[in-house]
Design a binder for this molecule. Structure first.
Ligand code: NAI
Ligand code: MG
Length: 333
Protein backbone atom coordinates (compact mmCIF):
# COMPACT_ATOMS: atom_id res chain seq x y z
CA UNK A 1 0.00 0.00 0.00
CA UNK A 2 1.39 3.42 -0.95
CA UNK A 3 0.70 6.30 1.40
CA UNK A 4 0.15 9.42 -0.71
CA UNK A 5 -0.41 13.03 0.30
CA UNK A 6 -3.60 14.34 -1.35
CA UNK A 7 -3.99 18.10 -1.75
CA UNK A 8 -7.52 18.85 -3.05
CA UNK A 9 -6.73 22.53 -3.70
CA UNK A 10 -9.15 25.32 -4.59
CA UNK A 11 -11.85 26.00 -7.19
CA UNK A 12 -12.50 22.84 -9.21
CA UNK A 13 -9.77 21.05 -7.19
CA UNK A 14 -12.08 19.19 -4.76
CA UNK A 15 -14.39 18.06 -7.61
CA UNK A 16 -11.61 16.60 -9.75
CA UNK A 17 -9.70 15.05 -6.84
CA UNK A 18 -12.93 13.31 -5.78
CA UNK A 19 -13.27 11.94 -9.32
CA UNK A 20 -9.74 10.51 -9.14
CA UNK A 21 -10.12 9.00 -5.67
CA UNK A 22 -13.48 7.43 -6.67
CA UNK A 23 -11.85 5.84 -9.74
CA UNK A 24 -8.89 4.60 -7.69
CA UNK A 25 -11.24 3.09 -5.10
CA UNK A 26 -13.30 1.35 -7.78
CA UNK A 27 -10.12 0.04 -9.44
CA UNK A 28 -8.75 -1.12 -6.05
CA UNK A 29 -5.47 0.68 -6.55
CA UNK A 30 -3.17 0.03 -3.56
CA UNK A 31 -3.01 3.67 -2.53
CA UNK A 32 -3.98 5.23 0.78
CA UNK A 33 -4.58 8.99 0.79
CA UNK A 34 -3.44 11.36 3.50
CA UNK A 35 -5.46 14.51 2.87
CA UNK A 36 -3.81 17.87 3.55
CA UNK A 37 -4.74 21.16 1.99
CA UNK A 38 -3.11 24.48 1.08
CA UNK A 39 -4.15 27.68 -0.66
CA UNK A 40 -7.09 30.04 -0.56
CA UNK A 41 -9.40 27.56 1.18
CA UNK A 42 -7.03 26.87 4.11
CA UNK A 43 -6.17 30.57 4.27
CA UNK A 44 -9.84 31.49 4.69
CA UNK A 45 -10.25 28.82 7.39
CA UNK A 46 -7.04 29.14 9.39
CA UNK A 47 -5.07 32.13 8.11
CA UNK A 48 -2.37 29.77 6.83
CA UNK A 49 -1.56 29.34 3.13
CA UNK A 50 0.73 26.33 3.56
CA UNK A 51 0.03 24.57 6.87
CA UNK A 52 2.97 22.85 8.57
CA UNK A 53 0.95 19.60 8.62
CA UNK A 54 1.06 19.56 4.81
CA UNK A 55 4.85 19.97 4.74
CA UNK A 56 5.25 17.22 7.36
CA UNK A 57 3.05 14.90 5.29
CA UNK A 58 5.00 15.64 2.08
CA UNK A 59 8.35 15.09 3.80
CA UNK A 60 7.15 11.76 5.14
CA UNK A 61 5.37 10.36 2.05
CA UNK A 62 7.58 11.93 -0.69
CA UNK A 63 4.75 11.53 -3.23
CA UNK A 64 1.67 13.72 -3.59
CA UNK A 65 -1.30 14.26 -5.87
CA UNK A 66 -2.28 17.90 -5.95
CA UNK A 67 -5.30 19.83 -7.18
CA UNK A 68 -4.88 23.39 -8.45
CA UNK A 69 -4.31 26.13 -5.91
CA UNK A 70 -5.36 29.77 -5.91
CA UNK A 71 -2.75 32.11 -4.47
CA UNK A 72 -4.39 35.38 -3.37
CA UNK A 73 -3.11 38.03 -5.83
CA UNK A 74 -1.94 41.52 -4.86
CA UNK A 75 -1.65 40.71 -1.14
CA UNK A 76 2.08 40.06 -1.12
CA UNK A 77 1.78 36.25 -0.99
CA UNK A 78 4.28 34.16 -2.90
CA UNK A 79 2.79 31.49 -5.14
CA UNK A 80 2.27 28.27 -3.20
CA UNK A 81 3.17 26.20 -6.24
CA UNK A 82 6.47 28.03 -6.73
CA UNK A 83 7.20 27.79 -3.00
CA UNK A 84 6.71 24.00 -2.91
CA UNK A 85 8.71 23.48 -6.11
CA UNK A 86 11.65 25.49 -4.78
CA UNK A 87 11.54 24.23 -1.20
CA UNK A 88 11.78 20.60 -2.30
CA UNK A 89 13.90 21.22 -5.41
CA UNK A 90 11.27 19.72 -7.72
CA UNK A 91 13.33 20.94 -10.64
CA UNK A 92 11.57 19.01 -13.42
CA UNK A 93 8.08 19.91 -14.51
CA UNK A 94 7.18 17.12 -16.92
CA UNK A 95 4.13 17.73 -19.11
CA UNK A 96 3.16 15.25 -21.85
CA UNK A 97 0.82 16.33 -24.67
CA UNK A 98 -0.63 13.69 -26.95
CA UNK A 99 -3.49 13.57 -29.44
CA UNK A 100 -6.08 11.04 -28.24
CA UNK A 101 -8.81 9.17 -30.13
CA UNK A 102 -12.13 10.83 -29.44
CA UNK A 103 -10.70 14.25 -28.52
CA UNK A 104 -11.28 16.53 -31.47
CA UNK A 105 -8.33 18.74 -32.44
CA UNK A 106 -6.95 20.29 -35.62
CA UNK A 107 -3.91 18.02 -35.43
CA UNK A 108 -2.93 14.39 -35.65
CA UNK A 109 0.06 12.49 -34.36
CA UNK A 110 1.19 14.85 -31.59
CA UNK A 111 3.17 13.03 -28.92
CA UNK A 112 5.54 15.34 -27.14
CA UNK A 113 6.82 15.72 -23.60
CA UNK A 114 7.73 19.13 -22.28
CA UNK A 115 10.43 19.48 -19.63
CA UNK A 116 10.06 22.84 -17.92
CA UNK A 117 12.78 23.97 -15.51
CA UNK A 118 10.76 24.42 -12.34
CA UNK A 119 12.75 26.36 -9.74
CA UNK A 120 14.60 29.29 -11.28
CA UNK A 121 14.45 31.69 -14.25
CA UNK A 122 11.97 34.54 -14.04
CA UNK A 123 10.08 32.63 -11.33
CA UNK A 124 13.05 32.56 -8.96
CA UNK A 125 11.24 35.08 -6.76
CA UNK A 126 14.09 37.59 -6.87
CA UNK A 127 12.21 40.86 -7.35
CA UNK A 128 12.78 44.43 -6.20
CA UNK A 129 10.59 47.48 -6.53
CA UNK A 130 11.98 50.99 -6.17
CA UNK A 131 8.87 53.01 -5.35
CA UNK A 132 10.67 56.36 -5.71
CA UNK A 133 11.76 55.60 -9.27
CA UNK A 134 8.73 53.50 -10.16
CA UNK A 135 10.97 50.66 -11.36
CA UNK A 136 10.39 46.95 -10.77
CA UNK A 137 13.10 44.39 -11.50
CA UNK A 138 12.40 40.65 -11.70
CA UNK A 139 15.62 38.69 -11.99
CA UNK A 140 15.85 35.90 -14.51
CA UNK A 141 18.26 33.80 -12.49
CA UNK A 142 19.65 30.87 -14.48
CA UNK A 143 22.31 28.68 -12.90
CA UNK A 144 24.76 26.35 -14.59
CA UNK A 145 23.78 23.55 -12.22
CA UNK A 146 20.03 24.12 -12.63
CA UNK A 147 20.38 24.14 -16.42
CA UNK A 148 22.54 21.03 -16.38
CA UNK A 149 20.04 19.16 -14.22
CA UNK A 150 16.93 19.91 -16.30
CA UNK A 151 18.66 19.32 -19.64
CA UNK A 152 20.17 16.09 -18.44
CA UNK A 153 16.77 14.97 -17.12
CA UNK A 154 15.21 15.62 -20.55
CA UNK A 155 17.87 13.54 -22.33
CA UNK A 156 17.74 10.77 -19.73
CA UNK A 157 13.95 10.60 -20.18
CA UNK A 158 14.31 10.47 -23.97
CA UNK A 159 16.87 7.70 -23.60
CA UNK A 160 14.73 5.67 -21.19
CA UNK A 161 11.55 5.99 -23.25
CA UNK A 162 13.04 5.37 -26.68
CA UNK A 163 12.50 8.90 -27.89
CA UNK A 164 14.59 10.22 -30.73
CA UNK A 165 15.01 13.96 -30.33
CA UNK A 166 15.36 16.71 -27.73
CA UNK A 167 14.58 20.30 -28.68
CA UNK A 168 15.72 23.18 -26.48
CA UNK A 169 13.49 26.28 -26.68
CA UNK A 170 15.47 29.38 -25.63
CA UNK A 171 16.23 33.03 -26.29
CA UNK A 172 20.03 33.02 -26.28
CA UNK A 173 20.13 35.53 -29.12
CA UNK A 174 18.82 38.26 -26.79
CA UNK A 175 19.48 36.87 -23.30
CA UNK A 176 23.21 36.74 -23.97
CA UNK A 177 24.13 35.42 -20.54
CA UNK A 178 21.15 33.50 -19.12
CA UNK A 179 20.07 32.11 -22.49
CA UNK A 180 23.58 31.11 -23.53
CA UNK A 181 24.21 29.39 -20.20
CA UNK A 182 21.16 27.18 -20.76
CA UNK A 183 22.09 26.55 -24.42
CA UNK A 184 25.61 25.48 -23.48
CA UNK A 185 24.33 23.26 -20.67
CA UNK A 186 22.01 21.53 -23.11
CA UNK A 187 24.79 21.01 -25.67
CA UNK A 188 26.89 19.47 -22.92
CA UNK A 189 24.07 17.17 -21.82
CA UNK A 190 23.55 16.11 -25.44
CA UNK A 191 27.18 14.90 -25.64
CA UNK A 192 26.32 12.20 -23.15
CA UNK A 193 23.51 10.92 -25.42
CA UNK A 194 24.97 10.88 -28.95
CA UNK A 195 22.18 8.60 -30.24
CA UNK A 196 19.54 11.25 -29.47
CA UNK A 197 19.20 14.15 -31.91
CA UNK A 198 19.65 17.54 -30.30
CA UNK A 199 18.28 20.73 -31.82
CA UNK A 200 17.62 24.21 -30.46
CA UNK A 201 14.99 26.72 -31.44
CA UNK A 202 14.48 30.33 -30.49
CA UNK A 203 11.31 30.57 -28.43
CA UNK A 204 9.29 32.79 -30.78
CA UNK A 205 9.95 30.52 -33.75
CA UNK A 206 9.25 27.55 -31.46
CA UNK A 207 5.71 28.86 -30.84
CA UNK A 208 5.09 29.20 -34.56
CA UNK A 209 6.52 25.72 -35.25
CA UNK A 210 4.39 24.21 -32.48
CA UNK A 211 1.20 25.66 -33.85
CA UNK A 212 2.12 24.87 -37.48
CA UNK A 213 3.68 21.43 -37.27
CA UNK A 214 3.60 20.10 -33.70
CA UNK A 215 4.10 16.45 -34.68
CA UNK A 216 7.79 17.21 -35.45
CA UNK A 217 8.54 17.53 -31.70
CA UNK A 218 9.44 14.72 -29.34
CA UNK A 219 11.00 15.90 -26.06
CA UNK A 220 11.15 19.66 -25.52
CA UNK A 221 13.18 21.30 -22.75
CA UNK A 222 13.01 24.93 -21.71
CA UNK A 223 13.22 27.48 -18.90
CA UNK A 224 10.53 28.16 -16.31
CA UNK A 225 8.57 31.03 -17.90
CA UNK A 226 8.80 29.70 -21.46
CA UNK A 227 7.76 26.28 -20.16
CA UNK A 228 4.75 27.70 -18.34
CA UNK A 229 3.54 29.37 -21.53
CA UNK A 230 4.42 26.51 -23.89
CA UNK A 231 2.62 23.97 -21.73
CA UNK A 232 -0.71 25.81 -22.01
CA UNK A 233 -0.05 26.22 -25.75
CA UNK A 234 0.60 22.47 -26.07
CA UNK A 235 -2.59 21.78 -24.08
CA UNK A 236 -4.45 23.82 -26.66
CA UNK A 237 -3.05 21.62 -29.43
CA UNK A 238 -4.39 18.37 -27.97
CA UNK A 239 -7.82 19.23 -26.56
CA UNK A 240 -7.36 21.92 -23.94
CA UNK A 241 -6.39 22.33 -20.31
CA UNK A 242 -8.91 19.72 -19.20
CA UNK A 243 -6.81 16.87 -20.59
CA UNK A 244 -3.09 17.49 -20.00
CA UNK A 245 -1.20 16.01 -17.06
CA UNK A 246 1.93 17.06 -15.26
CA UNK A 247 4.48 16.10 -12.63
CA UNK A 248 6.85 18.13 -10.48
CA UNK A 249 9.80 15.85 -9.94
CA UNK A 250 12.91 16.15 -7.80
CA UNK A 251 15.53 13.60 -6.84
CA UNK A 252 13.61 12.46 -3.75
CA UNK A 253 10.06 13.85 -4.01
CA UNK A 254 7.37 14.12 -6.67
CA UNK A 255 4.12 16.10 -6.73
CA UNK A 256 1.71 15.21 -9.52
CA UNK A 257 -0.74 17.85 -10.75
CA UNK A 258 -2.58 18.94 -13.88
CA UNK A 259 -1.27 21.83 -15.97
CA UNK A 260 -4.45 23.86 -15.43
CA UNK A 261 -5.43 26.15 -12.58
CA UNK A 262 -8.42 26.31 -10.23
CA UNK A 263 -10.84 27.41 -13.02
CA UNK A 264 -12.97 29.71 -10.83
CA UNK A 265 -15.31 30.33 -13.81
CA UNK A 266 -16.68 26.77 -13.62
CA UNK A 267 -15.94 25.80 -9.99
CA UNK A 268 -18.69 24.09 -8.03
CA UNK A 269 -20.86 23.52 -11.10
CA UNK A 270 -19.97 19.89 -11.88
CA UNK A 271 -18.52 20.95 -15.25
CA UNK A 272 -14.80 20.31 -14.66
CA UNK A 273 -13.03 17.68 -16.70
CA UNK A 274 -11.07 15.39 -14.34
CA UNK A 275 -8.98 13.87 -17.20
CA UNK A 276 -5.96 16.12 -16.61
CA UNK A 277 -5.71 15.25 -12.92
CA UNK A 278 -6.51 11.58 -13.60
CA UNK A 279 -3.70 11.42 -16.16
CA UNK A 280 -1.39 13.08 -13.59
CA UNK A 281 -2.45 10.38 -11.13
CA UNK A 282 -1.59 7.73 -13.74
CA UNK A 283 1.87 9.29 -14.12
CA UNK A 284 2.08 8.92 -10.34
CA UNK A 285 1.20 5.22 -10.56
CA UNK A 286 3.97 4.67 -13.12
CA UNK A 287 6.35 6.55 -10.78
CA UNK A 288 5.30 4.13 -8.00
CA UNK A 289 5.85 1.13 -10.28
CA UNK A 290 2.10 0.34 -10.42
CA UNK A 291 2.11 0.06 -14.22
CA UNK A 292 -0.72 -2.46 -14.51
CA UNK A 293 -3.13 -0.35 -12.49
CA UNK A 294 -2.17 2.70 -14.56
CA UNK A 295 -2.71 0.88 -17.87
CA UNK A 296 -6.07 -0.52 -16.77
CA UNK A 297 -7.43 2.88 -15.77
CA UNK A 298 -6.00 4.49 -18.90
CA UNK A 299 -7.90 2.01 -21.09
CA UNK A 300 -11.14 2.82 -19.25
CA UNK A 301 -10.47 6.55 -19.69
CA UNK A 302 -9.79 6.08 -23.41
CA UNK A 303 -13.06 4.18 -23.83
CA UNK A 304 -15.00 7.00 -22.15
CA UNK A 305 -13.25 9.67 -24.23
CA UNK A 306 -14.44 7.92 -27.40
CA UNK A 307 -18.08 8.32 -26.34
CA UNK A 308 -18.87 11.98 -26.90
CA UNK A 309 -22.02 12.12 -24.76
CA UNK A 310 -20.10 10.76 -21.75
CA UNK A 311 -17.60 13.64 -21.97
CA UNK A 312 -17.64 17.00 -20.21
CA UNK A 313 -18.52 20.27 -21.95
CA UNK A 314 -14.93 21.31 -22.73
CA UNK A 315 -14.73 18.21 -24.98
CA UNK A 316 -18.07 18.93 -26.65
CA UNK A 317 -20.06 16.54 -24.48
CA UNK A 318 -22.90 17.12 -22.03
CA UNK A 319 -21.86 14.95 -19.07
CA UNK A 320 -21.15 16.27 -15.60
CA UNK A 321 -17.89 15.56 -13.78
CA UNK A 322 -19.54 12.72 -11.86
CA UNK A 323 -21.25 11.20 -14.93
CA UNK A 324 -17.89 11.22 -16.72
CA UNK A 325 -16.29 9.60 -13.67
CA UNK A 326 -18.99 6.92 -13.44
CA UNK A 327 -18.49 6.12 -17.12
CA UNK A 328 -14.76 5.52 -16.53
CA UNK A 329 -15.58 3.28 -13.58
CA UNK A 330 -18.09 1.34 -15.71
CA UNK A 331 -15.41 0.88 -18.39
CA UNK A 332 -12.87 -0.64 -15.97
CA UNK A 333 -12.15 -4.18 -17.11
P1 NAI B 1 -7.20 27.99 -15.40
O1 NAI B 1 -6.27 26.96 -15.92
O2 NAI B 1 -7.75 27.78 -14.04
O3 NAI B 1 -8.42 28.17 -16.41
C1 NAI B 1 -8.28 28.57 -17.76
C2 NAI B 1 -9.51 28.15 -18.57
O4 NAI B 1 -9.50 26.72 -18.75
C3 NAI B 1 -10.82 28.47 -17.86
O5 NAI B 1 -11.78 28.85 -18.82
C4 NAI B 1 -11.22 27.16 -17.20
O6 NAI B 1 -12.59 26.99 -17.02
C5 NAI B 1 -10.68 26.14 -18.20
N1 NAI B 1 -10.30 24.89 -17.50
C6 NAI B 1 -9.20 24.70 -16.73
N2 NAI B 1 -9.19 23.47 -16.23
C7 NAI B 1 -10.28 22.85 -16.69
C8 NAI B 1 -10.83 21.54 -16.51
N3 NAI B 1 -10.22 20.61 -15.75
N4 NAI B 1 -12.00 21.23 -17.12
C9 NAI B 1 -12.62 22.13 -17.90
N5 NAI B 1 -12.15 23.39 -18.11
C10 NAI B 1 -11.00 23.74 -17.50
O7 NAI B 1 -6.39 29.36 -15.48
P2 NAI B 1 -6.72 30.80 -14.86
O8 NAI B 1 -8.19 31.06 -14.95
O9 NAI B 1 -5.78 31.68 -15.53
O10 NAI B 1 -6.28 30.71 -13.34
C11 NAI B 1 -7.19 30.51 -12.26
C12 NAI B 1 -6.41 30.34 -10.94
O11 NAI B 1 -5.65 29.15 -10.96
C13 NAI B 1 -5.43 31.47 -10.62
O12 NAI B 1 -5.59 31.77 -9.25
C14 NAI B 1 -4.08 30.85 -10.87
O13 NAI B 1 -3.07 31.41 -10.06
C15 NAI B 1 -4.33 29.42 -10.47
N6 NAI B 1 -3.41 28.46 -11.12
C16 NAI B 1 -2.96 27.43 -10.35
C17 NAI B 1 -2.17 26.45 -10.91
C18 NAI B 1 -1.73 25.33 -10.03
O14 NAI B 1 -2.15 25.20 -8.90
N7 NAI B 1 -0.86 24.46 -10.51
C19 NAI B 1 -1.75 26.50 -12.31
C20 NAI B 1 -2.32 27.59 -13.05
C21 NAI B 1 -3.11 28.55 -12.46
MG1 MG C 1 0.74 27.56 -16.00
Amino acid sequence: MHLITLIPGDGIGPEITKAVTDIFTAAQVPVQWEEQNAGQTTFDQSGELIPQALLTSLEKNRVALKGPITTPVGKGFRSINVTLRQKYDLYQNVRPSKTTDGIKTRYEGIDLVLFRENTEGLYSGLEVYDERLGIADSFNRITKEGSRKICRAAFAYADKHGRKKVTLAHKANILKMAGTLMLNACKEASNEFPHIVFEDKIIDNMCMQLVGKPEQFDVVVTTNLFGDILSDLCAGLVGGLGVVAGANIGDDMAIFEAVHGSAPDIAGQGKANPTALLRSALMMLHHLGEHQHADRIEKALEATLKTKEKCTGDLGGTASTSEFTQSIIANLQ
